[in-house]
Design a protein around this ligand. Structure first.
Ligand code: FAD
Length: 489
């Protein structure tokens, strides 16, 4: 391969001469694409730089290895995506992604029993992650202000002439397999880092003399292993998705089955506390069989596998405190997993990327075109978006004995106890389950779980006054005993 080295490379073309305000987005996964969509409303030109070539079909790519695994887009994220790209949901459904009622269509084994099944207004789309990315990308590039540079790696930030700003970034085009690698400077008024949890932004900032943001890492050592299956002909069940939740510290295993586009199931085995799920066929099935319910094992043991089993272990909660950095370039911000990456089992990352794009829009609406102190203002606002999901993910992760990076405080233990009652109630009380799903779906703040009606029910349950109404318990076609809400059934 005839690659020219960095040092022998002439730094070529520059975007500096092109007129108008220019925003540069580093990373072309979901956070980058959604940020780019919002930036279009505020800048004359937006350039997205991505190291990978983008696939023409809905297939995974190297830079987003997590795309092989189940990706649940929470209702809040679905709403924001639909606002940013009206009609996206219909397009996804036309491509085969089923709409799933969170109350009715998800067989959900909580640590306290099966979640009550009821008809709710909460719906999610069930798809493979590459399908979502493909549709978002397609919609984004129809905007003539957006320029996408694939096969292009960000190397470093470009120092600004003005103190306290960056001038853009230096990138290397051509990709790994190209015989012509060229470095170039991309000049921009605003630079947005969306290069994910492995972002090199801290290093890039240090290279320019700025402090790297402090990091908090809380790791429950979770592993994923996933495989696609063809749904057997004639198969019928009273669910479209299954979630067998782990119940740490004792029960460290869980799994998710999603019915996705193309009449397929995407099945993900999950093991916490270093109980990583295996990636060979027999052991994968054995892992499924070892779960507290055989529901997923029974579904997949006769089904035809359509993919190899892919594993993934990069699942730590990682928070980079850009908002606390003493000195920082005013026009360099970070968004998405680059700032706050979660243990993925709570399904928050994509929705936070969408909420982060909203926060970016709000901040840009307030600024007067000079981006003065913009980074600090934006990162502080983003902190408000990530605070509750971070608390939820990390405090739940403290239930694993193996979790590193912190431990449960007394307040967290009391919260665990309270939540155990809420979850127990959600196995037979549809009104409690509705609120729990709204919190999970990020439509309301976790404080909703402390509304007086829920606190009273928890109290009643603790004291033994509130018990499951046995009369509405039913056996489903898959043989499990669940409570159906008589009111909503
Ligand atoms: C196993 C797993 C399962 C998950 N499940 C869910 C789920 O169910 N629901 C949910 O909402 N979220 C889930 N997530 C989180 C979700 O994947 C991310 O939050 C989401 O992809 C948004 O991330 P991002 O765009 O910030 O970064 P990423 O998706 O990591 O993308 C970073 C991008 O930057 C590019 N890049 C990196 N470095 C460079 C460079 N130097 N030059 C050029 N390009 C570069 C990469 O190629 C990539 O395209 C899961 C995550 C994992 C790990």
């Amino acid at each position: 391969m005839n690659r020219r080295t960095e040092s022998s490379n002439k730094i070529e073309a520059s975007e500096a001469t092109t007129a108008g305000r220019h925003a540069l987005v580093l990373g072309g996964s979901l956070a980058g694409l959604l940020a780019a969509r919002v930036l279009c409303d505020h800048f004359d030109r937006v350039t997205v730089v991505e190291r990978d070539p983008f696939p023409a079909t809905a297939s995974p790519r190297r830079g987003v290895p997590q795309a092989n695994h189940v990706h649940a887009l929470m209702p809040r994220g679905r709403l924001i995506l639909e606002q940013l790209f009206p009609g996206l949901q219909k397009e996804m459904m036309a491509a085969g992604a089923p709409l799933v009622g969170m109350g009715k269509d998800v067989a959900w084994l909580t640590p306290q029993g099966w979640g009550v099944r009821f008809r709710s207004n909460l719906e999610v789309l069930s798809f493979t992650r590459p399908l979502l990315d493909l549709h978002v990308r397609r919609r984004l590039i129809t905007d003539c202000r957006v320029h996408v540079m694939e096969n292009t790696e960000i190397i470093r930030l470009l120092p600004g002439r003005q103190n306290g700003k960056v001038a853009g970034a230096v990138v290397r085009t051509g990709g790994e397999n190209s015989d012509r690698v060229v470095e170039m400077q991309l000049r921009a008024d605003l630079v947005v880092d969306a290069t994910g949890r492995a972002s090199r932004a801290p290093r890039w900032l240090e290279e320019l003399g700025y402090p790297a943001p402090e990091e908090t890492i809380i790791n429950a050592h979770l592993g994923y292993a996933s495989r696609l299956y063809r749904i057997p002909e004639g198969f019928s069940a009273d669910w479209k998705c299954i979630f067998v939740q782990a119940a740490p510290p004792e029960r460290k295993r869980g799994a998710i089955l999603f019915t996705v586009e193309g009449d397929r199931w995407l099945v993900t085995m999950i093991g916490g506390g270093r109980d990583y799920p295996p990636t060979d066929n027999d052991a994968f099935l054995e892992f499924a069989r070892s779960l507290p319910s055989p529901i997923i094992y029974d579904a997949i043991r006769q089904a035809e596998p359509l993919s190899p089993i892919k594993g993934h272990r990069g699942t730590e909660n990682r928070l980079r405190h850009f908002e606390r950095a003493g000195r920082q370039p005013e026009n360099f911000i970070a968004i998405g997993d680059s700032v706050c990456a979660f243990n993925p089992v709570y399904g928050q990352g994509m929705t936070i990327a969408a909420m982060g794009a909203n926060a970016l829009h709000e901040c840009l609406c307030e600024e007067k075109g000079v981006l003065e102190n913009f980074a600090r203002r934006f990162q502080k606002r983003l902190t408000k978006v990530t605070a509750a999901p971070w608390m939820l993910a990390t405090s739940e992760d403290y239930r694993y004995r193996e979790t590193e990076g912190g431990s449960a405080s007394v307040a967290t233990r009391i919260m665990h106890h309270y939540m155990d009652h809420v979850v127990k109630l959600s196995t037979f009380d549809a009104s409690v389950r509705q609120v729990l799903l709204e919190v999970f779906g990020m439509l309301v703040q976790p404080s909703a779980l402390f509304r007086p009606n829920i606190v009273l029910r928890v109290l009643g349950h603790t004291l033994g006054f509130v018990r499951p109404p046995k009369s509405v318990a039913k056996k489903t076609s898959s043989g499990m005993l669940v409570y159906h809400s008589a009111a909503n059934d």
